[in-house]
Design a protein around this ligand. Structure first.
Ligand code: IPM
Ligand code: MG
Length: 378
């Protein structure tokens, strides 16, 4: 089969890690008989420099004409002026909104080999396998009014936390469906003791809990959830939450996995393509300007994001399994980029590699499946 992919490398380490995901996909294509065609599109700071706009119309058009988006990262100190007309992040937000990608899936799975990479005790994070479903096109990020103005009392600014029942229901539905295919537990996270929008969220989630009796639902306040993620993270299965709560909780949850450099994400809406749902796939780490250009970034988040694309958008489950097994086997063989190299230093089996070497090790294990361990499901 032939798949068309909008390639949006963006800024910082974005181009370095997406290039490795593309190389990895070529190996998958070769082994399984698919071809992946790319149309590269500008986004973020790179797009601002070239066109003045963080998501030029042409980029959005390329996204619309493709089967999915492979995204790197956006942002960097060069574009950080708070008074600038636009920011790189605006490109990412416009893409999420423009393509209707309301459900952001962020799986956090602790790999046994990286137990020591997290600052949290191994006994606490052992066995963590959770997925956060973050609402991505509403809430504080997008609702109006959203503005800044001056009056006689000084400078003022407002953002709005607004949700409709429909927005809440559709993202929770994604969570229920995921939970059903996993351990059957869903945590709906809100701030219903303070926020009206959260009280609606809780009302809707309670109704949906009755409609989905096969899923066991708990309602957790976001501040308590932040604490539980550190105290007993292994108890979580699926977490569903508001846009900004999800932004904050997923950075926190990433610490469980040792490094943000490990974690993939998928953003989905309702648009169907052959094999699954149209999606945008991006590592959850940012553009990491401090290490950009050095060739030392961890490509595994980008590679695992591409694996999610194979599974969720193209329906290529065996192919996705093969990539994930290759990633596992690569880590088991001791390959570590600098971000996870603190782990197992006492273990002479580990070796520190750069971006390309890490991707090479994964590719070698896709090409030679006998060298990869058993697949792990999402
Ligand atoms: C994320 C990022 C983005 C967000 C930024 C880059 C706009 O932090 O994907 O979590 O806040 O959503
Ligand atoms: Mg974030």
């Amino acid at each position: 089969m032939n798949y068309s992919i909008a390639l949006m490398p963006g800024d910082g380490i974005g181009p370095e890690v997406t290039a490795e995901a593309v190389r990895m996909l070529a190996a998958v294509g070769k082994r399984f008989g698919h071809s992946f065609e790319y149309r590269e599109a500008l986004v973020g700071g790179a797009a601002i420099d070239a066109t003045g706009d963080a998501l030029p119309e042409e980029s959005l058009n390329i996204a619309k004409q493709s089967d999915s988006i492979l995204f790197g990262a956006v942002g960097g100190p060069k574009w950080d002026d708070p008074r600038a007309r636009t920011r790189p992040e605006a490109g990412l937000l416009a893409l999420r909104r423009g393509m209707g990608l309301f459900a952001n899936l962020r799986p956090v799975k602790v790999v046994p080999e990286l137990l020591g990479a997290s600052p949290i005790k191994s006994a606490v994070i052992n066995g963590v396998d959770l997925i956060v479903v973050r609402e991505l096109t509403g809430g504080l990020y997008f609702a109006e009014p959203k503005k800044r103005w001056d009056d006689s009392q000084g400078r003022k600014a407002v953002d709005t936390l607004k949700y409709t029942e429909k927005e809440i229901r559709r993202v929770l539905q994604v969570g229920f469906d995921l939970a059903r295919g996993r351990r059957g537990r869903l945590a709906s996270v809100d701030k219903a003791n303070v926020l009206a929008s959260s009280r609606l969220w809780r009302e809707v989630s309670q109704e949906m809990a009755e409609e989905n009796p096969d899923v066991s639902v708990s309602h957790i306040l976001v501040d308590a959830c932040a604490m539980m993620l550190i105290q007993r993270p292994a108890e979580f299965d699926v977490i569903v939450t508001e846009n900004m709560f999800g932004d904050i909780l997923t950075d926190e949850a990433s610490v469980l996995a040792g490094s943000m450099g490990m974690l993939p994400s998928a953003s989905l809406g309702t648009k169907k393509i052959r094999g699954g749902l149209y999606g945008m796939y991006e590592p959850i780490h940012g553009s990491a300007p401090d290490i950009a250009g050095q060739g030392i970034a961890n490509p595994l988040a980008a590679i695992s994001s591409a694996a999610m694309m194979l599974r969720l958008s193209f329906g290529l489950n065996n192919e996705a399994d093969a990539v994930e097994a290759a990633v596992d086997a690569t880590l088991a063989a001791g390959y570590r980029t600098a971000d996870v190299a603190g782990v197992g230093v006492a273990d002479s089996n580990t070796q520190v590699v750069n971006t390309t070497e890490m991707a090479d090790a994964v590719i070698e294990r896709i090409e030679n499946p006998e060298r990869a361990r058993v697949p792990r499901p999402l």
